[in-house]
Structures are given as C-alpha cells and as structure tokens.
Design a protein around this ligand. Structure first.
Ligand code: GLY
Ligand code: MN
Ligand code: MN
Length: 471
C-alpha cells in the first residue's frame, strides 16, 4: 500500500514538472496531424514504410544549443516539438494481430533532465496530446522488431550526417544508426528521396483551413510590425533597432519568433539579397529594406517593405519603387488557379526590364538579371521557402496554395548606370492565398503604395515615446 502511495506521489511530481499553464490554445489540433498522416499514407505505394527523423540540435556556443527547431515535415505529421525522434508510417497495418500502422519513438521523460533543459512530452503525453497510440521511448527503437527488407519501398528524406553522438544510443545519432543497421542502408537511395519529396510537396503545397488560419495570423501580425516600424523610423535609428521593433511585436502577438533571419538593410545593405548583419548604426536618408516575417505556431510569414528613413522618397527612389510596385501588380493579376508558376516570374521580369530600359538603366532586356537576380515567387508555410511542386506535370497554381510575390530591383554602387541610382535597393513582398479565379493578399494590412507609406511614416509610433537611460 505504501509503495502504491509512493508511486502516485512520483506520478504527481512528474506530472507537476510536466504540466504548464497559460499556453496558447490555437496550435494545430491532434486531429489535424492525424489527418495529415492519413493523407501521407494514401500517397504511399503498396507495401511501403516511411521513416521521418526530427532535426538535429545545433550548437550556439560551447555547451549551449540554439533553441530547437523541429523538422517541419515531422511537425506537420505529429505536432511534436522535441529533438531525438523518429516516426514510422506504414502503408498497411502491421503486427501479428494487425494493430498498428504507425510508430513514433521519442524522448523519454526524465525529471532531472527536464529541470535543466525543459519539459518533455513523453510517451504518455504523445498518446494523450498528440493522439499517437503507438508511441515508445527512443531507447526501444534499437530492439523494435521490424524487418525493413520485407517492404518494397522505404521512403525517407536526406538523413542528416553532421550530428553529434552523445553516446547514449537513444538520441538522433543512435536512432539513425539503428535505422541504417536495420534497413541495411549504406548509401541513400535517390528514388526514395524523390518519393518523399514528392509526397510531402503534394501535401504541404495546399493549405487546409486550420493551416490557413495560422497563415493569416502570422502574416497579419507581421504587417502590424512593418507598420509600426514605418511610423517609428527616423534617420537616427539603427538597422538593429528596427529589427528589434519587429521582434517585439511578433512576440507581443504570441509568435515564437521569426520564420527566417530578418533582413533589415539600409541603402547599400538593401542591395544584398540575404543581408543579415543588420548592424548599421544610422539609416540617414536612405531606403530601408525590411524583409521580416514572424513564425507563429510553426507558420512563417515573409513580408518585405522598403521605406524611406526620413519619411519621403527621393525622385530616384520613387521611380525604382514605382517600377517594382508595377511589376508586383502585374503578377497579382495572373494569380489564380491554373497559372503556370513560371509565368509569375516571366511577367515580373518583363515589366522590370521594360521599366529599367525606360529609365535608361539598361538597354538590353536580358540585363534585367543584373538588377533583378532572384525570382518572383515561392511557396510559403511551415518553411519560409515551403515545399511544393515547382516544376513538372503537377506544378501550376492551385486553390489554397500560399505563395509570395516579391519582385525587386537592387542597384549596388559602381553599377554600369548613372550613379544617381546607386545604392537603391527595393523589394516589395506580399503573401498571397490562391483562389479559383483570383487571390487574397494576406499582407494587405501593410501599405505598399509609396503615397500610403509616406502617409503612415508621418504618424507617430508608441516606440517614439519610449525613454531609456543613457549608458
Ligand atoms: N525572406 C526570404 C525570401 O524572401 O525568400
Ligand atoms: Mn520570400
Ligand atoms: Mn522575404
């Protein structure tokens, strides 16, 4: 009796470590994830098994890791947010008594470790909160009875190789070793990778209503951040401070953080496509290009606004800005089901090339690539550059896809054109949900017209009122 009592005390203590109050309530539901596993299974060929690993943990500094970010495919299929896990999905029901068609190996509960590095869901949590009845501790994978050779196809993504071995045998390293040994994999099979890519792209490129709700939220709150910076900006602000305003607002609205490292670059820095230093201390009278989007419950926004730091575009800045705006408008017009994806970039390129010729910046339309070196659109979702079928027979816009439309012009110093154009970098990027005959601009809350940006820039921001001590 006493032992039973102690056992309950132990369970309660473990539960207290684990339980956490005041969490957001709008995560994807376990029914969503279960439905996605079903949809995945439907696309698998007969007599196959899919093997999906968590992402590795990454070192930030000596014995400190970066905050963990889950493999979006595994998150999509389970909702699990922890490292050191592997999910197996079977096409057909397995077991001598045909009882399971999926198994999930995850981190074991451990009160000591949880005190240091955070709560763990554990097997019971995976069953109750994620709805995966066949969940086991990672240490059980090594001896789990499975004959991979009986399957006609083993479907898996690139297996990470650059990961630490913590020598327990139960971490990601151990799970991968066990899988390779059990399945006798010495070299990745390109056909397997292609099949995995094709299934996940086909599923993830179309957003369900639950996903669309999170997409709307992440984009909407990112627009609030862009608008607040437009109001707060001044010539003396640093790139980093503008970045910080975005970060604050994202978190204020419940986002976990950003969907990608923010790009906040003034003048010449705005001409570096994936600039990330964000350390210029003064923006002066330059254009500030801000490509910043939040990550809300896994879903990334991807919004770019380019604004004059002193509130007014110069004639040259305005001319380039208007050209990029016109290119974006032209692309919006063909955003609807059925449009081949390549048409989006071709349309943007054509408008930009003609505009640059008119402004005397280029003479040969082919030279547009000097100033517009990227393309116009990508899928958006759990990954900022989300999975989807870009080319091949399955490509083309479909209802409930979410894509970006992001033309840009970047004219670095010493470009072969009049130097009045130098150091002007403009990108306008919006997040678009495709409908049958049209589109919805999810980022419509943040102004794009230069006149509207100037109007908003003339307003005061709460951030202008904040006072801090001198140090
Ligand atoms: N933020 C990265 C991109 O626009 O694709
Ligand atoms: Mn983008
Ligand atoms: Mn972007």
């Amino acid at each position: 009796m006493k032992q039973l009592f102690l056992f309950f005390v132990f369970l309660i203590t473990l539960n207290q470590i684990h339980s956490q109050e005041n969490l957001p309530t709008d995560y994807l539901s376990k029914e969503f994830h279960k439905g996605r596993r079903e949809a995945f299974r439907n696309l698998m060929p007969a007599n196959s098994v899919a093997v999906i690993f968590s992402y590795p943990e990454r070192v930030f500094s000596k014995d400190i890791n970066y905050n963990f970010h889950q493999n979006p495919d595994l998150y999509y299929l389970t909702g699990y947010k922890e490292p050191d896990a592997v999910l197996l999905i079977f096409k057909e029901t397995q077991g001598t008594d045909q009882t399971y068609n999926e198994v999930f190996f995850i981190r074991e509960r451990n009160a000591g470790k949880e005190m240091w590095t955070g709560r763990r869901l554990g097997v019971e949590g995976a069953k109750s909160q994620l709805g995966i009845s066949t969940a086991y501790n990672g240490k059980d994978f090594k001896d789990f009875a499975i004959d991979f050779k009986k399957f006609d196809k083993i479907i898996y993504d690139n297996i990470p190789v650059d990961i630490r071995n913590n020598t327990t045998g139960f971490d990601l390293f151990g799970l991968i070793q066990s899988f390779k040994t059990k399945a006798e994999i010495t070299k990745e099979d390109p056909a397997s990778l292609e099949l995995f890519r094709s299934i996940t792209s086909t599923l993830r490129e179309i957003k369900t209503p639950e996903e669309m709700e999170l997409m709307r939220k992440t984009v909407k709150l990112s627009c609030v951040a862009h608008n607040e910076v437009m109001k707060a900006i001044g010539p003396n602000m640093s790139e980093n401070e503008a970045d910080g305003i975005h970060a604050y607002i994202h978190r204020r609205y419940g986002a976990e953080g950003e969907g990608y490292p923010p790009i906040v670059g003034a003048g010449a820095n705005g001409c570096i496509l994936h600039y990330g230093d964000n350390n210029s201390t003064k923006i002066d009278n330059q254009l500030l290009l801000m490509d910043v989007g939040s990550e809300y419950h896994g879903y990334s926004a991807d919004v770019t606004r380019t604004i004059p730091a002193n509130g007014k575009f110069t004639e040259e800045q305005k001319a380039i800005y208007q050209l990029v705006y016109d290119a974006q408008e032209a692309v919006f017009k063909i955003c609807k089901e059925g449009t081949p994806l390549v048409d989006l970039n071709n349309t943007a390129k054509e408008v930009l090339a003609n505009g640059l010729i008119k402004l005397g910046i280029i003479t040969d339309p082919k030279d547009v690539k000097l100033y517009y070196p990227h393309s116009c659109s990508h899928f958006l979702g759990l990954d900022v550059h989300d999975k989807g079928n870009f080319s091949g027979p399955k490509s083309g816009l479909k209802e409930n896809m979410v894509i970006t439309v992001e033309p840009g012009i970047y004219i670095p110093a010493n470009s072969k054109c009049d130097k009045k154009w130098w150091n002007i970098g403009v990108r306008i990027e919006d997040d678009i949900a495709i409908k049958k005959d049209s589109y919805e601009n999810l980022s419509a809350d943040s102004p794009r017209k230069w006149q509207d940006i100037e109007k908003l820039a003339a307003q005061k921001s709460t951030f202008n009122e904040m006072k801090f001590p001198k140090i």
